[in-house]
Design a protein around this ligand. Sequence first.
Ligand code: 13P
Ligand code: SF4
Length: 374
Amino acid sequence: MESATFETELSLFKYDNLEQLPERYRDLDEGERRERIEAAKAELGDDVVILGHNYQRREIVEHSDFVGDSYQLSKEAADADAKYVVFGGVTFMAESADIITDDDQSVILPSMEASCPMAGMAEALQVDAAWKEITAAAPGSEIVPITYMNSYADLKAFCAEQGGLVCTSSNAAAAFEWAFERGDKVLFLPDKHLGENTAYDLGMEDSIAEWDPWDPEGKDAAAAAEADIVLWDGYCQVHERFAAKHVADLRAERPDANVVVHPECRREVVEAADVVGSTATITETVANADPGDTWAIGTEIHLAKHLDRWHPDVEVLPLCGDACMDCNAMRQIDPNYLTWVLEELVAGRERNVVEVAPEEKELAQVALDRMLEV
Ligand code: 13P
Ligand code: SF4
């Protein structure tokens, strides 16, 4: 199959129409903000739905109609009837919502700077070049590309074009199974840790090759041709922070504590944990804990803080203490921005609308639809 070509530039901020916050919104205090957000929501009624990812800060989560993991939020976006979907999340999530919603619905990303660095680690241009090298080295193979949801629409379109699909952390193993029913090799992008953890889940850890697009030594097409699973060398800096030592230290100090981590963590951390799963699984694990239980959380710090607030009868600890990070991209969704975009909608103006280019949208939708069906 010929690979598709895309015009996309290498750039973290793909939507240059997204605006900065006007001066008059920069110093609102929480009380005023709360009243204004609630007033704007009441005025907009069913015309607006606010989706909040589990990593959003408290003030965004409190004003969200739905809070969840990437998969749940993409389902909510697909089912939403509202004219405006305001996305408390990062650019790739808003893009996916725009692809999944109808043409007469607008998806609004309150802040322009909410771009996941991991999504920027696999640009469609780089992937296209890698694809050509790997397919040339494996002429008899049927390679199925899978991209993690944390990627831009052009890469999702590329995967659909090549017979592949999208997955999230909650359905990666099912996506791999789908791929191996149709081909004999998977190229997984951009998160090498989720890819490796999924390979272990499927008992395929002995046939992995890595592909580092930035290092000439890290691109071994012959090794990629030999392997069943080729992992793109991307990662999330928030999750790479966790190490097996954090789990070992915790277990030494608190033998009663349980550990739940996200599959974007390194293999050594996942192996040491009691439970591994998406942010929805982490949330459910703590929600289902018995009173008095202790759970250490190996993911972005805001979710650990929410769980601590939501479940006062459970002891919730951040797995690496003060070293646990917040996600710099998620943090960009400042509640002042939320106030601004909602009040602008009340005034009849749509600000910071994310609109995926039509040439990418149709194919990216195919990749997302395949995911929603696995
Ligand atoms: P979830 O799909 O588990 O919500 O994770 C999204 C994400 O960005 C993790 O870093
Ligand atoms: Fe991206 Fe990591 Fe933030 Fe998730 S936590 S949005 S993968 S940078």
